[in-house]
Design a protein around this ligand. Sequence first.
Ligand code: 3PG
Length: 410
Amino acid sequence: MIKINEMEIPTLDDLQFSEKKVLVRIDINSPVDPETGKLLDYSRIKAYSSTIKELIEKGNSVVLMSHQGRPGDNDFISLEEHSKLLNKYLGASVEFVDDVIGPYARERISKLKPGEILLLDNVRLISEELIEASPLQHAKSFLVRRLSPLFDGYVNDAFAAAHRSQASLVGFPMILKSSAGRVMEREVLALSKIFNPDDSPKVFVLGGGKVLDSLRIIENLVKRKLADRILTGGLIAELFAVAKGIDLGRDNINILEKKGLLSLIPRARKILLSGGPIEIPVDFRVEKEGKVIEEPSSKVTGAIKDIGLTTMNIYSSFIKEAKVIVMRGPMGIIEDERFREGSKELLNNALESPGYVIIGGGHMISMLGSRDIESTKIHVSTGGGALLLFLAGEKLPALEALNMSRGVGK
Ligand code: 3PG
């Protein structure tokens, strides 16, 4: 049992599933190359081997469920490639089922034999999965009602999606005997350690494209005074720059507008006015007429693609003095080799600094490559948004649902 924030979350040790049919929610949502549609990082896919192997060794059969991207985005793809990679890293056969709740999936699950592993297709093909609602409401969803009668138990190992109150994450624990998986357990135990007030200064390096999530996280960090510095990059940095009154040029503003981000400016301004310890890039690396140049933030004319050299130096000096460094989301468009330097530089500085480094989000993890790092120095989290919301002291709905599930399905 994990005890945290007045919650008691059952683990696999408490439930001892054996010779059962178990539904396992994992999060293998991975960055996708927009050109080829291929996966760019396999770290989440590798992470679940321990939970799956443990269940299989105890004679259970396992059905894996995950999302990938969101409808309308170019990373909203099927899980077929993921199944081949799971196969490879697990060293066991994982059958891909091209269906989620339809007759084919249900028949395949009902015929499952001990030791077999299935991966259902992208759960976000089911539109109700995108609705955020309470566990009790989600217990009545089609997804939960159609699938739960086919299973003896449910394991939630999707720490990376634990901040979403979606049917596959919170609905099943209301019906089935449930527990956290080993990834969820490891994450919660490792991250709980940083709530120690002696571990200051704490520096958060936040970039990437999930601006709404980042803003929510920053609001929490500032409100609870949990961060000594918040170093911004990517679109969230642009949002704060505009909120501060910096003119980033028509083209960059247009991009923010197209992404519907301008409406967030008042929230960003409120954070700045409240004295939040937000650092905004003083210069950017931009692309202009096919050339890569550096421009001060106040005189940007090209398309912003990374932080500039002076910003890298300023940010690095904060990182070198930190006791805890949390990094999520890249500083620039790292898919393009010309705009990886900002993220690479900050990551190298973090790894060389004496501080404890927590890294989350597929893009930043992909930048770690295959380097060998001591596990006492770094925690590579499978989570992005979930990681930061957890560190910002928010309650994660998937953990709350597991807490509520105690006593269900006995
Ligand atoms: C993530 O990558 O943060 C999780 O997989 C959740 O994905 P989402 O932001 O699309 O809900």
